[in-house]
Design a protein around this ligand. Sequence first.
Ligand code: ASP
Length: 343
Amino acid sequence: MALTLSCETSTKNNDTNATKKTSTDTIAKHKAPFGIVIHGGAGYIKKGNLSDSLEQAYHDKLQEAITTGNEILKNGGSAVEAVQRTINVMEDSPLFNSGKGAVLTNEELPELDASIMDGKSLNAGGVAGISTVKNPINLAYEVMENSDHVLLAREGAEAFAKTRNLEIVDPEYFITNKQLQNIQRIKRESKNKQATFYNSDINGTKFGTVGCVALDKNGNLAAGTSTGGMANKKWGRIGDSPIIGAGTYANNKTCAVSGTGWGEYYIRGVVAYDISALMEYKGLSLAEAVKKVIYEKQPDLGGNGGIIAIDHLGNIAMEFNTPGMFRASYLNDELTIKMYAKE
Ligand code: ASP
């Protein structure tokens, strides 16, 4: 049986933007032979903001996604494959801010970012600002496996996609009515500033970047993240999600991490790598490293959000300093699905 520690604590910090509530979903001192954790975004996700039917829809899609990856791992598949296929399920769902249903730019267009990293080889791939590849994480995988590069952007990335036999779609494929209404409301109400998590004008908005981390039966770790970025972004803005070390990182020696939150602060805090480095150089446990970064370093910098992580022993963490984060874990046949801080 997995030991599940779930509690809420209060942190004291001087950042008026950050919520004082924190949530801890950590499984520690447990050696799982394989495991998988996902997030569907952090942000202003509060009980009462979602209708029962929408809450159920999120629950079902999180379950479908994580079960896809868990089956791959159970059958001896690699962590990289589990991460990619799990993220595909969420990219194809209009519920999340990735693939179909992603948030839109100030020009009311999709610009998608994604990255993936293999903890065994430390190979990695990322793509930024793309709008014609149906599953951005698949293009990130191709960059990792079949190019000499780590990060490709915009038209160049899309030209590379055409050489890799990936499914190509019109940008309209990604645009949903919900996100069109969302961007038009944000532009009206925020007077054209980039949307931020704690902008009171956009309270109630959910930031549904998706991510997945996995440990396979061979002891290999992988991490991946896929997003539409921040709503109302301009000028080719790129967030943390395609940046290795910021939104995504995996290293068999330490852990695999995927983040979701206010990307500028994740880049400046080098969040995913920082968690790994605290483990590698300071000998911190996964739980200690994650808490230090999410509840101390990020709020001190001014950023908000959360992360999911798994280490080489099968310990996991799902931590966030926002009111909620869509999240799920599958460890030793035990499935956990949560959304809010207090559950
Ligand atoms: N981190 C993403 C970005 O800043 C947004 C998110 O996590 O929803 O692009």
